[in-house]
Design a protein around this ligand. Structure first.
Ligand code: SAM
Length: 297
């Protein structure tokens, strides 16, 4: 695949782009797998750095991202509309291996800006939050049908919400509850006045993680990653909250622990932080980047 124009989709500014490219270190004729291709920001930059990418595979579970990718200079890539756990399983079965693997977790700006998808409490919308709109489970189902205890566990486990039990109780008492604003106002009532961060931020994060099974997805990919990398291949993962970063760190550190038999060498002991390295991108504030190189099978 050969680059043509240098193209960025303006609706989504790629996070920690410079650091990602530094660790991916693209070389001519190498292969690239992007498991969260989104609007192609990172992928375009990889293509821009080298004249020729031997094989480029782009995965996203959001149909809007897929449609948009097909209209860019990345359209000749192998574009897969699937969740990345499923896509990785298939790629492993097909014995595909890559020199560079990129994972940029979380929601893209078009998700947040498109209020209808229900990811944000800033716009009134139905409680949806599905990244893949063909999936059955929505935030509405969770909020209106899960038990108080299950809700509390989701809020605590995926949102690290200190008032998880109180919020879960209030949700159950206020059913039916179908809109983002109504949910946000329930949490706001519990916390009283607003601080710097909207008090519903953690509740929304928790629901989004539950709806999209984000931690299970990440766990499966971390397990399959070594089988998808060539020896000498680099993987870069950008995460947006501590639960994800902890999982990535553990997997990378465990993979690099066993002396001469270790699978990985960790490329950055401390995560690169978006708050320091990508200060002009609002979405990058909580981003953390970790990278490894595969050194053994
Ligand atoms: C932060 S955006 C990626 C942006 C991209 N790096 C760019 O620069 O344009 C994350 C993308 O990953 C996708 N995504 C998140 N989790 C996914 C999963 N488990 N499987 C497949 N795609 C996923 C989302 O739909 C979203 O488009």
């Amino acid at each position: 695949m050969v680059k043509d124009t240098h193209h960025h989709n303006n609706s989504h500014l790629p996070v920690l782009l410079e650091a990602s490219i530094k660790f991916l270190a693209p070389k001519q004729g190498e292969s690239y797998l992007d498991l969260t291709a989104g609007y192609g920001g990172h992928a375009s930059e990889v293509l821009h750095k080298v004249d020729d990418v031997k094989k480029m595979t782009l995965v996203d579970r959001d149909i809007n991202a897929i449609k948009s990718l097909k209209q860019t200079n990345l359209k000749d890539a192998n574009i897969i509309h699937m969740d990345f756990a499923g896509a990785c399983k298939k790629l492993v079965e097909d014995k595909q291996k890559f020199d560079m693997i990129m994972i940029d977790l979380g929601v893209s700006s078009p998700h947040l800006d498109n209020g209808e998808r229900g990811f944000s409490f800033m716009t009134n919308a139905k409680l949806d939050m599905r990244m893949d709109e063909s999936q059955a489970l929505t935030a509405d189902t969770i909020v209106n049908s899960y038990s108080e205890q299950d809700l509390a566990e989701i809020l605590k486990g995926f949102g690290e919400e200190p008032k998880a039990k109180i919020i879960a109780k209030a949700i159950v008492e206020n059913r039916p509850l179908h809109t983002t604003i109504k949910l946000a106002s329930i949490v706001e009532k519990i916390y009283g006045r607003r601080g710097k961060k909207h008090p519903a931020t953690r509740t929304f994060q928790a629901l989004r993680i539950a709806v999209n099974q984000e931690l299970q997805q990440l766990e499966s990919v971390l397990l399959l990653l070594p089988r998808l990398l060539n020896i000498g291949g680099r993987a870069v993962i950008i995460s947006f909250h501590s639960l994800e970063d902890r999982m990535v760190k553990r997997s990378f550190v465990e993979g690099s622990r066993n002396g001469y038999e270790s699978i990985y060498r960790v490329l950055n002991k401390k995560p690169i932080s978006g708050a320091n390295e990508d200060v002009f991108n609002r979405r990058a504030r909580s981003a953390k980047l970790r990278a490894v190189i595969k050194i053994n099978n």
